[in-house]
Design a protein around this ligand. Structure first.
Ligand SMILES: [Fe+2]
Length: 267
């Protein structure tokens, strides 16, 4: 199966599910922007996204904008590690604002319409200067947070599983050393930003980025990331970012992280 075909099947499945359920289970369903897909789209590509029995028209798909993905768990499901109020504000207000601002930036820049979020972030230099900052911050915010909700889950945490577990041990020595690197990068990130595990041509690496900058803009595939903006933790942890970083491991959804790793390896 080709790369494009695989991605479009995945998106098509997600789209069909969203039509049936009326809600979004995965990060980018209901948008014409397949996850982790930086390939150009043709009319034929878009046609493959439309279920044959759907009333959705290809033209409508193209016009569909970035949308806030619904959580796949309850707002209080990550308690006591992440509190319900933070989840409401973080998801419903902060992420929604990134989505709205990203759509506004694309709306006034016709040449950007139809491009995937990842395509935009992977080549920011190609984005007109007038909206480059808005795209970097808000499309970045949308992509980063969509991943963030997906890689967390209730009754999760513990040591990693699957291929990612082997890769972490091979790259960082053991899970504890890997956690320490992620936490350290998050703690040292001055101001707002993210701490990441990302896959590049030389393998896995830990890095931090400021603001909503995505590893995608550095040619890396984000595998796991923790949000160290104060909006992610201040209500519960106040100035104790280190406590938040430590607690966050209790909600990491390793099955999803492993899926992201395996998908990134195939690219
Ligand atoms: Fe955030």
């Amino acid at each position: 199966m080709t790369h494009s075909r695989r991605d479009f099947l995945r998106t098509s499945t997600a789209l069909a599910a969203s039509v049936i359920a009326g809600s979004v289970a995965t990060s980018f369903a209901r948008t014409p922007r397949p996850p982790l897909d930086s390939s150009a789209h043709t009319s034929a590509d878009f046609a493959t996204l439309v279920p044959s029995d759907s009333s959705i028209k290809v033209e409508d798909l193209r016009k569909m904008a970035f949308e806030l993905p619904a959580l796949t768990y309850a707002y209080d499901a990550l308690e006591p590690h992440i509190d319900v109020q933070t989840m409401h504000l973080h998801h419903d207000k902060h992420h929604q604002a990134y989505v709205d601002n990203a759509n506004a930036a694309v709306e006034k820049t016709p040449e950007l319409k139809g491009k995937s979020a990842e395509e935009l972030l992977a080549n920011l230099a190609a984005v007109p200067e007038a909206v480059r900052g808005a795209i970097r911050n808000n499309v970045g915010g949308h992509v980063n947070h969509s991943m963030f909700w997906a890689i967390m889950a209730p009754n999760a945490g513990g040591p990693p599983t699957g291929h990612i577990a082997e890769a972490i041990t091979k790259t960082f020595g053991d899970f504890a050393q890997f956690q320490a690197k992620i936490n350290d990068a998050g703690l040292k990130q001055f101001g707002s930003g993210w701490t990441w595990l990302a896959l590049g041509s030389s393998g896995l690496q830990v890095l931090s980025t400021p603001n909503q900058d995505s590893p995608i803009s550095q040619g890396l595939a984000p595998i796991l990331g923790n949000d160290v903006w104060e909006h992610a933790y201040y209500l519960k942890y106040q100035n104790r970012r280190a406590d938040y970083l430590k607690a966050w491991w209790n909600v990491v959804n390793w099955a999803e992280v492993n899926k992201r790793y395996e998908a990134a390896l195939k690219k």
